[in-house]
Design a protein around this ligand. Sequence first.
Ligand code: UDX
Length: 426
Amino acid sequence: MKISVIGAGYVGVVLSAGLARLGHDIILVDINEEKVKTLNEGKAPFYEKGLDELISEVKDKVKATTDLKEAVKATELTFICVGTPSRKEGYMHIEQIKEACLEIGLTLLRKPEKHYVVIKSTVLPGTSEECIKIISEVSGKKFPSEFSFAMNPEFLREGNAVYDFFNQDRIVIGSTDKEIVEKLREVYKGIESPILETKFRDAEMIKYANNAFLATKISFINEIGNICKKLGVDTNIVAKGIGMDFRINPHFFKSGIGFGGSCFPKDVSALAYKATEKGYAPRLLNAVLDINRDQPMKLLTIMDNKLNGDIKGKNIAILGLAFKADTDDVRESPSLQIIKELLLEQANLHVYDPSAMESVKKIFPHLNYTSTAQEAIDNSEIVLLLTEWPEFTELNYGDKHVIDGKNVFDTDKAHLRSKNYEGICW
Ligand code: UDX
């Protein structure tokens, strides 16, 4: 099938490359000319495990362009994968989505064949109906007879997005039009996943509820972890014990400095904001966000105690900037909050991350970025582990104080811990 994908963020690029591997011909649209050039050279425009290889494998089947209208005209189905940025308090902007729908509508004015439009971006319940209205008004075409529309949320984890694309727990397709559901079944042929058919709003809400639940699981184990720490109990063992109950399960149950990234903080805030706007006080979601906001401070309190509150002028190694391993993404990374606090205390920071230093240099240009992790350790008296990069288990920490905020030395690697080691919740 000929498919256009709007937005070359990690979802759009992984989706394009994955669909190409399934045999489809893809036109990927982005306003960023640099990204388009890189993609047309057969390279990924950002770091994502396995993506470079996949893009170069399918380069004959993926063409990138800045021309949205031409892409829509030349294809049968369009995925919208543009960003939905949000303000701090949770209000979400869907201007890019509306803009894409407007452009699609304008193109459909002069396209006689029926076109299929699918939203991949994370949007609040009600957005699909708004999009249908825009496309319909602009193109003068009727849904579902003259164009069709579906909401098909993504659940790709950064760093595992390529694997996740081909191994989806389920594919959710929300639409009131059976025809587009059948089209999408055809699109995903080759992926062995159950397909759940829903209405628009159900599909939109499933994505939010999914992320809200996972975020809740993390804040829950962090709360238990904070209590465990006060009682001298190892949270990792407790998580293992409760995770053995099949109703709970052991996955996504690691305590640490809290969740970051481009999805969880934004999506939970957006859902809480929407609920409040509708007159419902989302007490649990607010608590999840509160716990998460405070979690990096727990690590600083442990450090404070170790240094007897005397942080000014102290040499501190920051190992890890990315919000999790296998990515160079630092959006909402707890390590940025920790760096900010330590700079306010006038500490000397020696900073290392195997892939995320360039983006942090733009935010904090004056930190001492070291070329190896070992150099950061050697120059410091205390080491903070803030991303779970496996290579951090292979360093020589000597007798330095090491505070682990990310389970770098989890239960399985406990034997590798240095003698002055302490975990945030264990
Ligand atoms: C998430 C969702 O998992 C994915 O389905 C959705 O489509 C996008 O948002 P992502 O943001 O890439 O994916 O990262 P994820 O692996 O889910 O981790 C999110 C955050 O939670 C990270 O900061 C991670 O370190 C933290 N986390 C995760 C924990 O603190 N403990 C855990 O046990 C798991």
